[in-house]
Design a protein around this ligand. Structure first.
Ligand code: SF4
Length: 300
């Protein structure tokens, strides 16, 4: 529960605030950028919501904070947000919110499909979220992009008795451990693309024109660019760059990450241009290993 007494001085006055329990995961300012701002090592309310849409997203972000560091005087908006997640985001994709501290606020996504709903990575296990999952048809498959962003996926898999898919190199507890060196079609509309680099067994998942990127690639609003992080690369940075380059071979116009901001281009061609532009910057190796700040790093 966020406490007014611990609110950062940088919050603008008003109904919402961030307190000093913030772990700087970025989930709130990626989910509700109009309200929450990056204040260097923590988040603040940079602008109080002044319209219905901003208020809704701000409260969805508040519910989704992994450490409950966001407070609001608007309790009814909080309750509504708690019952609204996962929230429709793009086509048949729902943003789960309810991030987990175990995955440092990693984002997870629900794909609603005729052939069985898919949970991409894992949120926190929460009663209202499970109720909404039930209403949306439950979950028939869980795919892990890699080992870091799984939250309470094991508990959710147990509830739905559904298989979890992961690359075998992640050495994780999962029903389906895939030894992939080439893209693998799990179904007609689900292509698992091995993208080693951030971790050895990292995967991207292509669904229609949407690419779920885990911690391989995201939108960095500070630099208005697709981005990746050398500092937060756990396996091998040159390998990660090579993997990102292979993504130029695919048509997609949405990047939905585990960490960082989502990005939807107008066309696959525009996305390809953005990825090429990002690769040109990332390949310059301007990101110092000493730069601890994922959000300020030119590459991160
Ligand atoms: S979601 Fe919570 S922990 Fe993460 S940056 Fe925002 S306030 Fe901080």
């Amino acid at each position: 529960m966020a406490k007014r007494a611990g609110a950062w001085d940088g919050n603008v006055a008003g109904e919402m605030f961030v307190d000093d329990s913030c772990i700087y995961c970025g989930a709130c300012f990626h989910m509700a950028p109009h309200t929450f701002h990056d204040a260097d090592k923590h988040s603040v309310v940079g602008a109080q919501p002044t319209n219905e849409a901003d208020s809704r997203w701000a409260h969805l972000a508040a519910v989704s904070c992994p450490v409950s560091a966001i407070g609001s005087d608007n309790k009814s908006a909080f309750r509504e947000a708690a019952a609204a997640l996962p929230i429709a985001y793009h086509d048949n994709i729902f943003w789960c919110g309810y991030t987990s501290k175990k995955s440092f606020g990693g984002l997870s996504w629900l794909i609603q499909r005729d052939n069985g709903n898919v949970l991409m990575d894992g949120p926190r296990y929460a009663g209202p979220l499970m109720k909404r999952f039930d209403e949306l048809g439950g979950i028939q498959h869980i795919i892990y992009s890699h080992k870091d962003d799984i939250g309470d996926a094991a508990k959710i898999a147990d509830y739905y008795q559904c298989p979890r898919y992961v690359h075998i190199a992640e050495e994780m507890d999962a029903e389906e451990q895939l030894a992939l060196s080439e893209p693998y079609a799990l179904d007609d509309d689900l292509l698992l693309i091995p993208t080693p680099g951030h971790t050895l067994g990292s995967l991207c998942v292509l669904h229609n024109d949407i690419l779920f990127t885990g911690d391989n690639l995201w939108w960095n609003p500070n630099f208005q660019s697709l981005s990746a992080s050398q500092h937060y690369c756990w396996f091998d940075w040159p390998t990660q760059l090579q993997s990102l380059e292979t993504l130029l071979n695919y048509d997609f116009r949405a990047v939905l990450p585990g960490h960082g901001q989502p990005f939807i281009a107008d066309t696959p061609e525009q996305m390809r241009d953005e990825l090429s532009r990002a690769l040109a910057i990332l390949s310059q190796d301007r990101c110092s290993k000493n730069n601890q700040n994922i959000w300020e790093c030119p590459n991160g």
